[in-house]
Design a protein around this ligand. Structure first.
Ligand code: IPM
Ligand code: MG
Length: 353
């Protein structure tokens, strides 16, 4: 019997997770869930953003649904005690190295994009982000004053196996899509990027049916605005993927629509919306729960290999949009939103039948 650890987290996390869990219970009633704390709420309760006990439960379950972490209440804490550390720890400890962030435009929402309709029509890309290495985890790191001068550093480092395994995920993903991988790098300046590219090229030899192209990260940021529909799979190291995935998400009209999956070895996976904790609207029944609900679809597909049920959830979300229900983030103007968090969730349940 599959068990899912639900970690609602902070800000709007608990509100959107409530709707997501209702959807999960409806489409997969045999799946059991248990709840835990991560982020700021865990700091308040346990003194740390992810306790060893919660981590042990995450490892035992192997599959995790996560809301969001962080908020202004905890902004003053030292970097190693912040809510985000809980997220970084669970990713690393469960070896969730492959972060899939699909960004596609729902036809009902083409007008919600800040870009012209022509520039976004047909956007259907996926960012494959390396999630457990690079600048986020490299050593040495931290404050390191020298000769009386205040100084701090981080290290961007990748090993060959780390690059190869994420490149393989990108090529495999492209095989199920339009067979194009765009590798995002900064090899004109960074040695680590030049090395990353070498490994990606060597890995590409095993995938002759997939086209590989390379694009500098700054230029990719520009082409995303000019011609996002041309992209299929964007392969990114950790930091570039963090930035590029927010940009790609915004192009589709709303961060509030996008789910992500972080996959590891032995079928482990963590599923979380891209949008974050949005403390400014927390507790107001204003957040869009669709990203969290689409995380349930990704969990069903990638975590449980239940493709039919995943499709049912996606179709229900599509139907609710087609019916014209809009939370503030996807309404043409915030004041003409016609559904809050609970209402959007209820409509999805209705669409599921
Ligand atoms: C994300 C977030 C996280 C990251 C933060 C909250 C640590 O921005 O998942 O994109 O930088 O990876
Ligand atoms: Mg981010």
């Amino acid at each position: 019997m599959p068990r899912i650890l639900v970690l609602p987290g902070d800000g709007i996390g608990p509100e959107v997770m409530e709707q997501a869990c209702a959807v999960l219970a409806r489409v997969a009633p045999d799946v059991e869930t248990e709840a835990g704390l991560i982020g700021g709420c865990a700091i308040n309760a346990d003194g740390v953003p992810l306790s060893d006990a919660t981590l042990a439960r995450a490892k035992a379950c192997g599959l995790i649904l996560l809301g969001a972490v962080g908020g202004p209440k905890w902004d003053q804490l030292a970097p190693d005690r912040r809510p985000e550390k809980g997220l970084l720890r669970i990713r690393k400890e469960l070896d969730l190295f492959a972060n899939l962030r699909p960004a596609s435009v729902f036809s009902a929402l083409e007008d919600a994009s800040p870009l012209r309709r022509e520039a976004v029509q047909g956007v259907d890309l996926i960012v494959v982000r390396e999630l457990t290495g690079g600048l986020y985890y490299g050593e040495p790191r931290g404050r390191a004053d020298q000769d009386g001068v205040r100084r701090a550093l981080n290290t961007m480092v990748y090993t060959e196996p780390e690059v190869e395994r994420i490149a393989r995920v990108a090529f495999e993903t492209a095989r199920r899509r339009r067979h194009l991988v765009t590798n995002i790098h900064k090899a004109n300046v960074l040695e680590v990027s030049a090395f990353w590219n070498e490994v990606v090229e060597a890995t590409a030899k095993h995938y002759p049916d997939v086209t590989l192209e390379h694009q500098l990260v700054d230029s990719a940021a520009m082409v995303l605005l000019r011609d996002a529909p041309r992209f299929d799979v964007l392969l990114c190291p950790n930091l570039f993927g963090d930035i590029i995935s927010d940009e790609a998400a915004m192009i589709t009209g709303s961060l509030g629509m996008l789910p992500s999956a972080s996959l590891g070895v032995e079928g482990r996976g963590l599923f979380e919306p891209v949008h974050g904790s949005a403390p400014d609207i927390a507790g107001q029944d204003a957040a869009n729960p669709l990203a969290a609900i689409l995380c349930v679809a990704m969990l069903l597909e990638h975590g449980l290999s239940r493709l039919d049920e995943a499709e049912r959830v996606r179709e229900a979300v599509q139907k609710v949009l087609d019916q014209g229900y809009r939370s503030a983030d996807i309404a043409r103007a915030p004041d003409i939103a016609n559904a809050g968090t609970q209402e959007m969730g209820r409509r999805v349940m209705e669409a599921l039948g």
